[in-house]
Design a protein around this ligand. Structure first.
Ligand code: GAL
Length: 379
């Protein structure tokens, strides 16, 4: 299907991994609908791996785990839909899913039919236990065909972690978004590695097929023991979370929240609901940003004579660069052209002013500054 903007929603994996159930999903649906998330654009509620029984039924069909989802998946889908949300599920192009549940290899058409009957609007399709002789170009094309043949509009979210040069064929094989990286963990280094890894591939995304740099860890609690559910990591500071969310918005990645929405700080909630950042992420033209002069200055053309300007500081506090800087020459606003940039702080919504030749800002380490900009005539 044609997906006009990067999908936004919530996914169960980052916080809950295998510990999912009907009650959690229904509570999350209530919160998404009642606490401003749906209104802000987060419309897909996606159940990741570990939702099914370990075996297919005697007819070869997938079956929901009887303990986690005692009323079956259609019941859950109906509830999610009743809240005005869209419903997502998960499968895998291998023999098994990554957590060892039945995968869709060899069952693509019947599984797509099952997902359509349940009322699925979004399918995340993973890549574990893949049959080595069949390339991803085939496995993803096959599921794209099966989803289309199912008779229901289903967003197709490919997840092969950036392998087999996915950015070069994801669009041609009918996927709507493609995971371009390995899994994110809940710490700055993981997030930063992911951000860095895609800097030369941002232009492969555009309307209808998006570069998915993985789900958000904003608002997640630290977790450093191996036991229990959720992905590992000792957490991120508020500045690091700002950097993380702003970068995902700047590059137009899908925004899939990964925290426990029942237990999220006010700061994290405010960040994920920030209208200016979401406006940048969801811009209808879906243009990628580019590095403007200095390594940490990024500029993006938006629709409606607006632009996004971001400064991302990778250094620890006090490290390079002490001041972030953009000479407007770098973006084509040459001296004496008669135009300057009017900047609005994307985090606070405050007008910062009109600038003629350049802009400087002190960005703390592991943090960022983000602006919405307009080109204005200087008086
Ligand atoms: C990984 C995938 C994760 C999650 C997990 C489930 O391959 O990258 O996002 O879906 O599998 O087992």
């Amino acid at each position: 299907m044609f997906v006009k903007k990067p999908p936004m929603g919530w996914n169960s994996w980052n916080t809950f991994t295998h510990a999912i159930n009907e009650e959690l999903i229904m509570q999350t649906a209530d919160i998404m609908a009642n606490e401003g998330y749906l209104e802000a654009g987060y419309e897909y509620l996606v159940i990741d791996d570990c939702w099914s029984e370990r075996e297919r039924d005697k007819n070869g069909n997938l079956v929901a785990d009887h303990e986690k989802f005692p009323h079956g998946m259609k019941y859950v889908a109906d509830y999610v839909h009743s809240k005005g949300l869209k419903f997502g599920m998960y499968s895998c192009d291998g023999i098994l899913t990554c957590a060892g549940y039945p995968g869709s290899f060899g069952h693509e058409f019947e599984d797509a039919k099952y997902f359509a009957e349940v009322g699925v609007d979004y399918l995340k399709y993973d890549n574990c236990y893949k049959v080595a002789s069949v390339p991803n170009t085939t496995t993803y094309q096959k599921m794209a065909l099966a989803l289309k043949a199912s008779g229901r509009d289903i967003v197709f979210s490919a997840c092969n972690w950036g392998t087999e040069d996915v950015h070069t064929w994801a669009r041609s094989r009918g996927t709507d978004l493609f995971r371009s990286t390995g899994d994110i963990f809940n710490h700055f280094e993981s997030m930063q590695n992911i951000a860095d890894s895609q800097k030369d591939k941002l232009a492969f995304a555009g309307p209808g097929c998006y570069n998915d740099v993985d789900m958000l860890v904003v608002g997640m609690k630290p977790k450093t023991d191996e036991s229990g559910a959720g992905v590992q990591g000792d957490g991120m500071t508020e500045g690091e979370q700002r950097y993380h969310f702003a970068w995902w918005c700047m590059v137009g990645s899908p925004l899939m929240m990964g925290c426990d929405l029942r237990d999220v700080s006010d700061e994290a909630k405010k960040l994920m609901l920030n209208k200016n950042l979401i406006r940048i992420n969801q811009d209808i033209e879906c243009r990628p940003p580019y590095m403007a002069g200095h390594k940490n200055a990024w500029f993006r053309n938006l629709s409606n004579n607006e632009y996004a300007l971001g400064f991302f500081n990778d250094a620890e506090d006090g490290g390079w660069p002490p001041v972030s800087y953009l000479s407007f020459n770098e973006i084509g606003l040459t001296p004496n052209c008669g135009y300057g940039l009017e900047l609005t702080d994307a985090f606070t919504g405050e007008k910062v002013g009109v600038f003629e030749h350049d802009f400087k800002v002190k960005v703390p380490g592991h943090d960022c500054a983000m602006y919405l900009a307009k080109v204005v005539k200087l008086s």
